[in-house]
Each structure stands twice: as structure tokens, then as C-alpha cells.
Design a protein around this ligand. Structure first.
Ligand SMILES: Cc1ncc(CN)c(N)n1
Length: 220
């Protein structure tokens, strides 16, 4: 898996240490259902509308990272992430109209709680290493999940391929590896308290992502 490949930084050690949670988030039944073609399309529709709301909350979080980034190269990477989100929002609107889905939906509890978590991470006093760890983890779970649906032998339905390619493609994988390198570099020089807090945040992200997939599978 690309999430733990390459040189062994702190984040790779955490992926190893929390492997069951990591797999729960990246090999969720919702994703496995897309990969083997058994996914219930109403679950996909629910996910699409809810994820649009999530992505809208994700923008201020990334913007907060832009304010905290001091290295020019980090600023460029985060700016690239913001530009990609602009594209992502347009994609959700286009996809929703293709499927005849209203994006004017009520956020479900798992989504609300995840968005609240994002808002708390966007506060000015949240350490850059902690917030960068969160960004890496959030994006990596999507890349690991959707790239799994593109692997050889997958029976991913044609109409879901666009969604899988959006986060499963090689460029997005490269973006995730760049985020991982930044997070690892920051963590190397962080205090023990900040490293512990970042690990907690990584675990929180894995749990929130799992809850988000569960929400997509649940009828209400
Ligand atoms: C819940 C969730 N997690 C991550 C991503 C990827 N930006 C997303 N769109 N939605």
C-alpha cells in the first residue's frame, strides 16, 4: 500500500501500528462493494450528497493550513490542494446533476461530527504538525480506498469509475506522498506532546472516515 511505502517516517510507523483501524477505513465494505460491483447505488448517491457538504467544510480547514505554512514549498503544495478542491466542488455539482441528486441535503450525524472536528483543527492555535498530519491522513484514506477499486480484477461499475479515478489516480497519490513527507518532516522536529497529539488526530481521522462510510451504507 502506498500509505506506508518508502522511507520509514513517523507516519509510516503509525500506519503499521494502527493497521486494523487503517484497514477499516481504507477497505470498508462500501469501498469493497464498489470494487466487486455489489454496491447499492442508493448508498453511492447518499455518499455523494454528504461528501459534497464535507468538502465544503474541508476548504476552510485547508485555508487555515495555508496561513500556518511558513516554508514556500509547503505553501505551494497547500495552494495546489485548494485549487484541486475548487475542481472537486465543480465535479460534485456535475456528478449530482448527472445522477439527479439534490445537494441541498441535511448533513447526517457522522458528517456533522467530522465537520466539527475539521473546524476545531482550523483554529489558529492548532499546531501546524497536527493539522498537517490530519490533512495527510484525510487525503490518503480516500486515495487508498479509491485506488483499490481501480486495481486489476476489480468489477467497479462503469458509472462509478469517474469517482474512483478522481481520488485513485496516480497524481492524487503523488499529492498524498508529498503531504506525508511534509508531515514527517514537521513531526521530526516537533515536541513529544505534539507528536502524541498528532498520532491521536491520525486515529480520529481513521475513525471519522470509517463512520462516514458507515453513514453512506445506512438507510438513514
Ligand atoms: C469524508 C472525506 N474524506 C476525504 C476526502 C478527500 N478530500 C473527502 N472528499 N471526503
Amino acid at each position: 500500500m502506498s500509505g506506508d511505502g518508502g522511507e520509514r517516517g513517523t507516519t509510516a510507523r503509525w500506519v503499521e501500528k494502527h493497521r486494523p483501524l487503517y484497514l477499516q477505513a481504507t477497505r470498508h465494505p462500501f469501498i469493497c462493494g464498489i470494487k466487486d460491483g455489489s454496491v447499492n447505488i442508493s448508498a453511492f448517491r447518499r455518499w455523494l450528497a454528504q461528501d459534497y457538504l464535507f468538502v465544503r467544510e474541508f476548504i476552510p480547514f485547508i485555508a487555515s493550513l495555508l496561513l500556518k505554512a511558513s516554508k514556500e514549498s509547503d505553501v505551494d503544495v497547500v495552494l495546489g490542494g485548494i485549487a484541486a478542491l475548487n475542481d472537486e466542488i465543480s465535479w460534485f455539482r456535475k456528478e449530482a446533476s448527472k445522477w439527479g441528486i439534490s445537494l441541498n441535503v441535511v448533513p447526517q450525524m457522522a458528517n456533522l461530527e467530522y465537520c466539527r472536528f475539521l473546524q476545531s483543527l482550523a483554529l489558529p492555535d492548532v499546531n501546524y504538525s497536527v493539522a498537517m498530519t490530519a490533512l495527510w491522513a484525510i487525503e490518503t484514506v480516500y486515495h487508498e480506498s479509491f485506488s483499490f477499486c481501480l486495481e486489476g480484477g476489480s468489477k467497479t461499475p462503469d458509472e462509478l469509475m469517474e469517482a474512483c479515478c478522481r481520488w485513485g489516480n496516480a497524481d492524487f497519490g503523488q499529492y498524498c506522498r508529498t503531504l506525508r513527507k511534509i508531515a514527517d518532516r514537521c513531526l521530526e522536529t516537533s515536541s513529544g506532546d505534539v507528536v502524541s497529539e498528532s498520532e491521536e488526530i491520525f486515529i480520529c481521522v481513521l475513525n471519522f472516515e470509517n463512520d462516514f462510510w458507515n453513514m453512506s451504507l445506512s438507510e438513514l
